[in-house]
Design a protein around this ligand. Structure first.
Ligand code: F6P
Length: 354
């Protein structure tokens, strides 16, 4: 087996609290195993610009508690083109980088697959507040973002109660309703409006009007940003008009991405970072680290991307036909589990609020 001497680590796409904890774990364990670590700054852009610096133990001190990413991040269009990938491969060979741990969301994994295909094997660690990576039950940053949302909605609820108002709160998640669903439960929202499950507004408004008659003063409705940019504002107008309850709109936006990571995110990031290093020193690259039933497992990076496309409805019939039936069955099961879980959370919200 070929011994790996030097790896790179990068963070890419939207930052997520806990990315630093992952960078720290990768660096520390790799150094312990005698593997040198090169920090690649600004995501894939750093490979194009040759923005790279060797990381030592002390370079990753006192970052486990910090939000954002010490390696910085970027969304890099040039890396989508063959010329960009060629530059990245050349940079890796100049620095003797034999493999890269890439920390980020689905865009990051697409980049990791391209880089892997071009001869630089990658290992992916899912880091995004959206929790929208199909292969893992949880992504790094999701827990912290949800806790931030809960803290902020609790504050909105104070003022909603004082003024006897409804507040429609838009939360992030890109096309995924995961943040909206779980935070809705935690703040006692009337409903979570998400792309994945239709909302029966007649029912919601009837419940609100009835509850108001019975003395309920505040109402929170959580809307996922995937519903569209102007959706939340329009929804608040519609709710006010139809229910007669004064309604305000609040977009939480990027504040959800900042802040010190929770214990859950620090531990998950550390476990995934360590697992990635353990695997790559064993010569196991081209993988994505995933949380399944409280265990960190590795999934082939191509399969992880395929199951992700399947979940997001982006897998073409041709691509689907090429997947062996046993694998396709397993992928469909993963996607179905996720969808069923969302329906279950939605059912809870619908049946225990108001
Ligand atoms: O993927 C993380 C995320 O915060 C999404 O929830 C959101 O849709 C997007 O990134 C916002 O991107 P940007 O930081 O480029 O505005």
């Amino acid at each position: 087996m070929k011994t790996i001497k030097r790896i790179g680590v990068l963070t890419s796409g939207g930052d997520a609290p806990g990315m630093n904890a992952a960078v720290r774990a990768v660096t520390r364990l790799a150094l312990y195993k005698g593997v040198e670590v090169m920090g690649i700054y600004n995501g894939y852009q750093g490979l194009i610009d040759d923005n790279i610096k060797e990381l030592h133990e002390r370079d990753v001190s006192f970052i486990i508690n910090r939000g954002g990413t010490m390696l910085y991040t970027a969304r890099c269009d040039e890396f989508r083109e063959a010329s960009g990938i060629k530059k990245a491969v050349d940079t890796c060979s100049r620095h003797g980088i034999e493999g890269i741990v890439t920390i980020g969301g689905d865009g990051t994994f697409r980049g990791a697959v391209d880089l892997t295909d071009a001869g630089v094997p990658c290992i992916g660690i899912p880091g995004t507040i959206d929790n929208d990576i199909a292969s893992t039950e949880m992504t790094i940053g999701f827990d912290t973002a949800m806790n931030t949302v809960v803290e902020l909605i609790d504050k909105l609820r104070d003022t909603s109660e004082s003024h006897a108002r409804c507040t429609v709160v838009e939360v992030m998640g890109r096309d995924a309703g995961d943040i909206a669903l779980q935070t809705s439960i935690a703040v006692g929202a009337v409903t979570a409006v998400i792309k994945e499950i239709p909302t029966d507004f007649d029912h919601v408004i009837d419940k609100m009007v009835e509850a108001r008659k019975n003395g309920k003063r505040n109402f929170i409705i959580v809307a996922a940003e995937g519903m569209g940019h102007d959706y939340g504002e329009e929804l608040s107008k519609m709710i006010e008009k139809r229910s007669g309850i004064e309604t305000r709109f609040a977009r939480l936006a990027h504040i959800q991405r900042g802040g010190s990571p929770t214990l859950r995110d620090r531990v998950l990031a550390t476990q995934m970072g360590c697992a990635a290093v353990e695997n790559l020193v064993e010569g196991q690259m081209k993988q994505v680290m995933c949380l399944r039933g409280n265990n960190i497992v590795a999934m082939d990076i191509y399969d992880a991307l395929t199951v992700d496309k399947l979940m997001k409805g982006k897998l073409s019939p041709d691509e689907e036909d090429r997947i062996p039936p046993n694998k396709l069955y397993e992928m469909k099961r993963i996607v179905a589990d996720k969808q069923a879980y969302k329906k279950y959370l939605n059912y809870i919200i619908d049946h225990i609020t108001l």
